[in-house]
Design a protein around this ligand. Structure first.
Ligand SMILES: [Zn+2]
Ligand SMILES: [Zn+2]
Length: 136
């Protein structure tokens, strides 16, 4: 099973494993992905549904399917962290990269809907960098 990669939510009640071979890695800056993640962009890997298994907490996963354009949000019902889901066309498991516990292997990566990138995200390019909380 060394070719599998594990993931989990923040509280640890939801856990999964998936084959560590992802065809695409999309950083999506569209308005809907910003709403879903509450952040600058979604960071989604696309994996093979055959290679995916919940190892804990499947019953507390909540799923919301947006009526337009196939947007979905899946999250731990306890802590709200994003977790994987089967896309609405059942062709791929969409894995929020931040839910993985180690580094994924992927063959291509793209920033998509970059034209919809938030203005505040552009300003953040010049943000001061600290290794932890800023010091005085
Ligand atoms: Zn959780
Ligand atoms: Zn998007």
């Amino acid at each position: 099973m060394s070719e599998n990669i594990m993931g989990s939510c923040l509280c640890g009640k939801v856990k999964y494993e998936i084959k560590n071979k992802f065809e695409r890695f999309f950083l999506c800056h569209c308005a809907q992905c910003r709403k879903i993640t509450g952040s600058a962009h979604a960071s989604n890997l696309f994996g093979d549904p055959e290679g995916f298994n919940w190892t804990a907490g499947e019953k507390i996963v909540k799923r919301f399917d947006y009526p337009n354009r196939g947007f979905t949000n899946a999250f731990c019902g306890e802590c709200g962290s994003g977790v994987p889901y089967l896309n609405q066309s059942s062709t791929a498991i969409v894995v929020p990269a931040g839910s993985l516990d180690t580094e994924p292997k992927f063959t291509s990566s793209s920033r998509i809907f970059h034209v919809e990138r938030a203005e505040w995200d552009k300003l953040a390019d010049t943000a001061e960098i600290f290794s932890s909380f800023p010091h005085e």
